[in-house]
Write a protein that binds this ligand. Sequence first.
Ligand SMILES: [Zn+2]
Length: 230
Amino acid sequence: MKQNITSLIKDILEACKRTYDRGYVASNDGNISARIDSKSVLITPTGMSKGFLKASDLIIVDMDGKLIKGSKKPSSETFMHLQIYKSRPDVNSVCHSHPPYATGFAVAGIPLNKMVLPEVIIALGTVPLVKYGTTGTDELYGSIAEYIKDFDAFLLANHGALTVGNSVINAYHKMETLEHAAKIQFIAKQLGQVKTLNKKQTDQLINLRQKFGVRLDLGLKKTKLSNGGK
Ligand SMILES: [Zn+2]
């Protein structure tokens, strides 16, 4: 289905502004995209701050990354975005940024694989730590490929975070949920301990997913820890 481009542009600019205003990126970091239809994707440009983007700065590329419309150069992570759309037909938006708490866990090599907070369990399940891959190369997607079918939020080792969703706002909200979860776990750890919910409590939350239209098996697959995670 073809999405309304004007409303996609509005949503991307809003998500970019919130990403920048909340300190999820520094300088020109981060990128956000949205699927327009089966053949094209709207994406942020490379080398521009997400806090000050205008509608005319956004770019349309085809599924091979070839420029369809726009005067700027597309994000250096365009390949990663396109690969995600190819492997997840249900995904209509991809958000990538470097929020400090989530990225802190990604740098420490610690995945968010504990069942701690109800909203996070419902919306994301667990968040795997994806092996390091050089920015702007196929390597980065290569590490995500292993997890993309089963998760909507990812920690990218020594780099940042990535979320996907069925709309721009949905993908962006998952980034907020991820960062908030990481911040709370960090604080709980400073206070002495991170207590987890038990299996019965977790199952009850997973059952609530039906009410919110969240896939029942999302973020529940057991993951291998990478990059020295513990
Ligand atoms: Zn990045």
